[in-house]
Ligand binder design. Sequence first.
Ligand code: ZN
Length: 123
Amino acid sequence: MSTIETDRFRQMLLEERARVQHAIDNLHSENPGSLIDETGELTSSSIDNHLGDMATETFDREMGYTLEDNAEAVLTAIDAALRRIDDGTYGTCQRCGKPIAPERLEALPYAELCIDCKRESER
Ligand SMILES: [Zn+2]
């Protein structure tokens, strides 16, 4: 029913999932040095934009928790996206039901909202 290449997005989601899981494992093993590199990409497409200015900050314990919360939120979002691929609703906005722009899914394969609803929800 859709022109979205779900196989490819599934692959992207699984890779992202492994990467986020790895980042969480790093947090748990208290290895923040590699963590920042690990998640540098994550922050740019993260659900939680407040992490965006973290890159230049000194990594401390409190931020570790923030990042962990965020990583687990991403993990949850990825799992939800994988379920949507399975039930055929992947790429559909969870709020207005319109298709999510493919370029948005490219940047954020676990996006739940179209860009309009996303902006709306951030107001
Ligand atoms: Zn929408």
